[in-house]
Design a protein around this ligand. Structure first.
Ligand code: 2AM
Ligand code: CA
Ligand code: CA
Ligand code: CA
Length: 269
């Protein structure tokens, strides 16, 4: 394993330990809502602190973007993008589907990725140019050729409902044109599932960098494609993301195209 990835895995497993211990008694946690429907608990903060502790110790000159602690030294050549607990709503309900997502961006390029599922002890990792792995096994995107036979992951709008009608239009077409849709609730893990071939594709509107950075590199290294709703590069900035195996990806773009409003089109990057 790449030496930098070893540290990222160490950080993710530390956070996983904190989250798993806390999951025994979620009822006692202090929770607040950051904005409407966006909950954060003391566990999110403790998990992020543990990740930063490992990575800042190993890489004092690097920059950090963490969901809970914000930006630190982000003009650095190397910037870590961290979601310490992706799927907090699930976690708080005891629904066992959440993950830790850690990615490294080097000079604007994603180079290392970890998505860790502490419930299944599933560790998804990738290093640019070296493939994607689930635990010690190489993973590949599915080779399903037809959208009509595909299972597609997605996430519903939960906080900003300005795109809800647009989303429901997309949803109706996707329901008709696929074998089924799934909404597990941790975007980072959903993207890891595309990399592993469990999902043939995924789309969502308005995610954040820390939800998608690691999962996107996993998919690319597993032979899949990640794009915005027009198939271009602006997905990391906009959080408007489509991903899939190459065949399903292009059929998803065609299905979503009639629903695109101006604000969902590609932005220059
Ligand atoms: P979070 O748990 O790290 O905040 C996709 O739906 C993403 O939106 C999730 O990965 C989740 O990341 C975030 N999210 C925040 N609040 C949510 C909510 N109430 N319902 C669903 N997703 C939510
Ligand atoms: Ca959150
Ligand atoms: Ca998240
Ligand atoms: Ca989070």
């Amino acid at each position: 394993m790449h030496p930098i990835l070893i540290n990222a895995v160490k950080a993710a497993r530390r956070a996983g330990g904190i989250i798993t211990r806390a999951s025994q008694d979620v009822g006692s946690l202090k929770v607040r809502s950051k904005t409407y429907n966006d909950f954060v608990s003391e566990v999110d903060h403790a998990a992020e602190a543990a990740i930063l502790d490992v990575l800042k110790d190993a890489y004092p000159t690097h920059g950090f973007i963490g969901e809970e602690t914000g930006n630190d030294n982000i003009d650095a050549e190397n910037v870590w993008i961290i979601d310490p607990l992706d799927g907090t709503t699930n976690f708080l309900h005891g629904f066992p589907q959440y993950s830790i997502s850690i990615a490294l961006m080097q000079q604007g390029q994603l180079t290392q990725a970890v998505v860790y599922d502490p419930n299944r002890n599933d560790l998804f990792t990738a290093t640019r140019g070296r493939g994607a792995f689930l635990n010690d096994k190489r993973i590949r995107v599915s080779n399903r050729a037809k959208l009509q036979e595909s299972i597609i992951g997605t996430g519903f709008p939960f906080r900003d409902f300005s795109h809800l009608d647009t989303y429901m239009g997309m949803f109706k077409d996707m329901v008709r044109k696929t074998s089924g849709l799934r909404r597990p609730g941790s975007a980072a893990l959903d993207l890891a599932y595309v990399a592993a071939g469990y999902f043939d594709g995924f789309w969502e509107i308005g995610l954040s960098k820390w939800d998608i950075a690691a999962g996107a590199l996993l998919i690319q290294e597993a032979g899949g494609i990640v794009g915005d709703f027009e198939g271009n590069e602006s997905w990391i900035e906009s959080g408007n993301i489509v991903a899939g195996n190459p065949k399903v990806f292009s059929q998803m773009l065609q299905t979503l195209a009639p629903h695109l409003t101006d604000s969902l089109r590609s932005k220059p990057v």
